[in-house]
Design a protein around this ligand. Structure first.
Ligand code: NAD
Length: 371
């Protein structure tokens, strides 16, 4: 089979790195790459060539590859240039992008959505959501530190003592936990909140304080994802969060609800109550944002607070983000790729759930996927 690697149009990352190219070539597959695809991830063309891939231009990669993997989905306009019957692997988010399956099907393609791989123990090694979220959580804290006109750690100097920064993390999933760990390493006093009961123990184990709201809806059976909460709970949560936000130098928000808009956790009144110079980093910006005024890839200042909206902060650590993404894709393909090509066993949960379109037929939403 021929594998294609493209330069991402809005990202620094690249979906397949030379390490994986070597393994594909050893398996007797061909690999073509668009020149410059890894340039922003510290991966020069020569590294792809040394690994056994051939340099090409975008049109040729699109029209000649049997399998194309990208970080973000190709634009619809480019799909007509893709080889008929090809397999596209990307993060299609079919639960949020209503038309994506139909579009792939209309072009007669097969689509695998990496974000649909079940978040089970067996599939952990192919979980791009976790790999990227962890990097984003780390980078969110470094970005906040850059914009904060204060130190993070406590310092005792001859000129006096500096108090440590107070950091609040809202949403203690993969990104939030990495943000807590990074904030703690930089010396901040960290508090965190999550609606999932299981998050408490993880927050405490990282040396942060857990902000507890009584009466959360039971989330067991939601596959590790957060569930919608009652109005009463949301009111109590909002009052407690108001108090915590109003004292924070840094607020990192990561709260997402799969397939639905992100909950607004920091409203305008809270921003007004925050100390001047405070910084909010909103990792949920693409799904509506957890912070009032936040916009993806924009930095705005409101009521003296810098609000940084960015759901793709992992892209700012492009080399390692590419390395981990590529490793995740390799582990995923190992499930069904051999020298002969791809074997589609839809009884296998990993294949069945992630294959959203098969040879022009929409599979997303099929009974096997909604079990
Ligand atoms: P996510 O990106 O969907 O959400 C981030 C966090 O925001 C979650 O912890 C969620 O509970 C929280 N949240 C949602 N609404 C909130 C609200 N109103 N207020 C505060 N917090 C809110 O989640 P994620 O980080 O991708 O993962 C969530 C869980 O899934 C974690 O427990 C993680 O450990 C688990 N997980 C398991 C596996 C696996 O077993 N393979 C892989 C990845 C994640």
């Amino acid at each position: 089979m021929r594998f294609g690697i493209l330069k991402e149009l809005t990202e620094k990352r690249v979906a397949i790195t030379p390490d994986f190219v070597k393994k594909l070539v050893a398996q007797k597959h061909e690999v073509v790459f668009e020149k410059g695809c890894g340039a922003n991830s510290a991966l020069a063309d020569v590294l792809f060539e040394e690994a056994g891939a051939q340099a090409s231009d975008r049109t040729e990669v699109l029209s000649s590859s049997d399998v194309i993997t990208t970080i973000l989905p190709l634009a619809t306009e480019e799909l007509s240039n893709v080889k008929k019957g090809a397999v596209l692997i990307s993060q299609f988010q079919p639960f949020a992008q209503a038309e994506v399956c139909e579009t792939l099907a209309n072009h007669g393609l097969t689509g695998f959505s990496l974000d649909m791989i079940p978040r089970s123990t067996i599939a952990q090694s192919m979980d791009v959501l976790s790999s990227m979220a962890s990097i984003s959580g780390y980078k969110a804290v470094l970005t906040a530190a850059n914009y904060l006109p204060r130190y993070m750690p406590m310092l005792s100097t001859a000129a006096g003592t500096i108090r440590p920064a107070k950091m609040l993390v809202l949403g203690a999933g993969v990104a939030g936990l990495q943000a807590i760990a990074t904030g703690r390493r930089l010396g901040a006093v960290v508090e965190a909140f999550d609606t999932r009961a299981a998050a408490k123990e993880e927050v405490l184990s990282l040396g942060a304080k857990f902000v507890e709201v009584e009466g959360a809806t039971d989330d067991r059976g939601a596959g590790g994802y957060a569930v919608e909460q009652t109005e009463e709970y949301k009111k109590r949560q909002s009052e407690l969060i108001f108090d915590k936000v109003s004292k924070a130098d840094i607020v990192i928000t990561t709260a997402q609800l799969r397939g639905r808009p992100a909950p607004l956790l920091v409203n305008e009144d809270m921003l007004k109550a925050m100390p001047d110079g405070a910084v909010c980093v909103d990792l949920a910006a693409t799904t509506g944002g957890n912070v009032a005024f936040s916009k993806h890839r924009e930095i705005v200042k409101q009521h003296g607070v810098t609000i940084i909206g960015n759901s793709e902060l992992s892209d700012d650590v492009a080399e390692h983000a590419s390395q981990l993404f590529s490793r995740n894709v390799e582990n995923f393909l190992n499930v069904f790729l051999s020298e002969e090509g791809l074997t589609y066993d839809f009884e296998n949960e990993i294949i069945g759930d992630s294959c959203i379109v098969y040879q022009g037929e929409v599979r997303y939403g099929a009974p096997a996927l909604t079990k």
